[in-house]
Design a protein around this ligand. Structure first.
Ligand code: NAP
Length: 293
């Protein structure tokens, strides 16, 4: 069994990006600039955004954090997005989700300029991705592709089962694994909460990608020997024995499933760190695209 070490691979990617940034500096060029908007003070969102900003510093990007109060109106947020769309110094930006209930998330995502949409959530980018055109691929699915590629995990002709159909992970992942090329050329089954007899489906899978947010959902008796497991789930589970009072759990019963798996991602240290690395990669691509305009 091989651990798909997202921490190690994400560090490699960050080092590669830092190398590219150094070359830009040596040529006297502008370095990539990522901005992040956060609305409200959700603890998990603040942690995610802080680690994205820290990652920018580590690779030599410029970063801007825009903090807006939880009472921000939709118009105020849309105006801020338009400001970032028009600011030539910003190469890419993200709006950290979830947003407070007074704000329509779809409207927000549609307002982001697709050329600066480094999260890859705008329908233009999603559509291009589905049509095999060059686009920003959402960071988590992009990170999973990168892990499969760097560990040379065979995907061609394999049966990939994706659990969860969210717009940011499950749905794009199902499209990407079915695309022509590597990683891809898989036969994909996309499952969700209405799927019947899911064990019957998962036990036939060569590759399982779990993105449902249900700690320990995937059990050893649901998978076959040699399966490849990608666990996207991140859930805080109360644990009095830890300093913080919680631990992070994935969607997979790692201890038992890993005994049957050929490759498996741990949680933490698997898909999570890859997501941040690929956000940086998308921002680097955005800078390249703007430079060539
Ligand atoms: P989400 O929007 O929370 O949706 C969950 C999906 O799982 C839905 O499609 C739901 O089906 C499906 N589902 C729920 N219970 C199910 C069951 N018993 N059987 C089959 N499908 C079931 O999904 P998300 O935003 O992708 O998040 C999923 C998990 O990934 C969360 O733990 C999140 O924190 C984590 N995550 C991690 C990263 C990372 O960087 N590692 C990034 C993003 C998300 P319906 O559509 O029918 O409701």
């Amino acid at each position: 069994m091989t651990i798909l070490d997202g921490k190690k691979i994400s560090n490699e990617i960050k080092n590669e990006i830092a190398g590219e940034v150094q070359k830009m500096k040596d040529r006297g060029e502008k370095v990539p600039h990522l901005a992040a908007i956060i609305v409200g003070n959700d603890g998990a969102s603040e942690t995610y955004v802080a680690s994205k900003v820290k990652a920018c510093e580590r690779v030599g990007f410029e970063s801007t954090l825009v903090k807006m109060s939880s009472t921000t109106s939709e118009t105020e947020l849309l105006n801020k997005i338009k400001e970032l769309n028009e600011n030539p110094d910003i190469d890419g930006f993200i709006v950290q989700l979830p947003l407070p209930p007074q704000i329509d998330t779809q409207k927000v995502l549609l307002t982001v300029n697709p050329d600066k949409d480094v999260d890859g959530f705008h329908p233009t980018n999603f559509g291009k991705m589905a049509l095999d055109m060059s686009s920003f691929i959402p960071a988590t699915p992009f990170g999973i592709l990168e892990l499969l590629e760097r560990y040379k995990v065979e995907t061609q002709g394999k049966h990939t089962v994706v659990i969860g159909r969210s717009h940011i992970v499950g749905r794009p992942m199902s499209i990407l694994m079915g695309r022509k090329g590597f990683p891809g050329n898989s036969t994909v089954t996309l499952t969700h909460s209405y799927t019947k007899n899911i064990t019957q489906i998962t036990s036939q899978a060569d590759i399982i990608i779990t993105a449902l947010g249900n700690p320990g959902f995937l059990k050893a008796e649901m998978v076959k020997e040699g399966v490849v497991i990608i666990d996207v789930g991140i859930t805080r589970v109360t644990d009095e024995n830890t300093e913080k009072g919680y631990r992070i759990s994935g969607d997979v019963d790692f201890e038992n499933v890993s005994k049957k798996a050929s490759f498996i991602t741990p949680v933490p240290g698997g898909v999570g760190p890859m997501t941040i690395a690929m956000l940086l990669k998308n921002t680097l691509l955005a800078r390249e695209n703007h430079r060539l305009e």
